[in-house]
Design a protein around this ligand. Sequence first.
Ligand SMILES: Cc1ncc(COP(=O)(O)O)c(C=O)c1O
Length: 575
Amino acid sequence: MSQAHAPPPGWERPKISSSVLDHIGVTPLVRINKMARDYDCEILAKCEFFNAGGSVKDRIGKRMILEAEKSGRIKPGDTLIEPTSGNTGIGLAITALIRGYRMIITLPEKMSTEKMNMLKALGAEIIRTPTEAAWDSPESHIGVAKQLHAQIPHSHILDQYENPSNPMAHYDGTAEEILYQCDGKVDMVVVGVGTGGTITGIARKLKEKLGSSVTVVGVDPKGSILAVPDKLNDEKRLESYLVEGIGYDFIPAVLDRSLVDEWVKTDDAESLKMSRRLIKEEGLLCGGSSGAAMHACLQVARRLGAGKRAVVILPDATRNYMTKFLDDEYMVAHQLEPRSLLSTAASLLHQPPTTTKEAAEWWASKTVIDLNLPSPITVTPTMACSEAAEIMREHGIDQLPVVSDIAGVLGVITLGHLSAKILQKQASPNTPCAKLMFTQFAQVPLSTRLSEFSHIFERDAFCIVTTPMRHLDSSPNGGRAKWHEKHVIVGVCTQVDLLKFVMDGSDDATLGQNDGRKPTQEPAQRIERGNAMDCAQLSQYQAHPFRGGVTACTGVDPRRCASGESLGACARAPS
Ligand SMILES: Cc1ncc(COP(=O)(O)O)c(C=O)c1O
């Protein structure tokens, strides 16, 4: 039943604001039109990207600082340190600069460059930490923040994971606004969950005011473990995902899961495609987790009948993702959309689709196998990064795949990243490669056609070429052996390798030497160029149907396995 609700704090705004902090909160509630066309219920979006700093986290940044000042815990001139995935940092940095605090942010590598640059522009100091570090390890953004806190006098971690001001900002602010804007008529609220501050604050207030008539739906990405019951988290458990701001590998203290009636798990493709739809169909310039929340909302709101109302929270702005999901190339490179997306965009501009142009090229139908890439040099996750740098220097290469016996390709270490970390004193020569490697990089199978492959270099400096390898693992208890599959690396390709292949072939074509068809190089010649393939990789390479005759090269090639054994003798050689 509708009931009158008092205007929330800050609803009446003066003609002239005393600072930008007055523009945190009181965000618009916008009706979803096209996307909800065939729904009986009404769907309303709470657009948190209208906050001064562009996200829902501005609310807690302001609240945590003002409350800490009020209690005497902090005073202007102190240092604030916060481990954050970005938006909380921006929210805190805005309030910190207005109130006069030094701000240090520890930020996982996965978070967008846009967020990092924004934080820098706001005067915050940034320390980036490995995305794959477990939350309780000393290298994680949380671990590094604690370390700095111990070292810097008059420093404070306001700690959004534990600070009651986090849910309270939503209990007193976001929830009151929703109640006022809806005249108390809300049947369902759908909220993405990170620290849980947003859902906890909103749910607590709505349940107090509306009782059990309101259904609270939590949205958790696959890979995170916040959803209840825990078996919901089994699919892709603890695997990495691209959507930023939601999900964790631990349960934050401010998240009260007893207030959540129902959980929906979401994946990257459906979330990011939905964000693009929100922009295109509703004109709402929101971020990736907004797509996750909307995707979940469209599922659960289906069961609401006429006259019912669902509110979905859109937490942040597209501004953070201009080079990410907003970029067609990004969507294709991460296999979230088919390559045809790019040709469609081209045809809209009345340009001949790239694929058609390329199809006419002699190299377009060739595959990565034809590039005859040099055999790869790889390093282990425990190798010291100084040793990896020396290998790169010696071989004149800029990147090295990090490979383990059991899992195959784990990541890639690059010279640029390594030297930046050493120069900024964020790594020492003894730091193991695992700590400095990127875990997200372009990766293709050998069979990829060059017409498709060539687009990778529009985004990425290099690409790892792999081939799947299956092996049987005998069970330790004498049970049935199990098949395992891993991706074995067979090459690293840069734009120069592709360009050289195309130019060499084009020269031959121009001279009429081979009718435009580049003859396939003798694999044995090629294999002599590299000498760090281990036995497992070599045998994989030899076993490939296109590598006929390579076995002969073991005779010509005096190489030894990377482990130091003679070829065929090392423990990694498959029996
Ligand atoms: C980008 C972003 N920031 C913050 C949040 C809200 O997170 P929290 O649970 O920490 O309040 C979300 C939730 O969807 C989000 O997507």
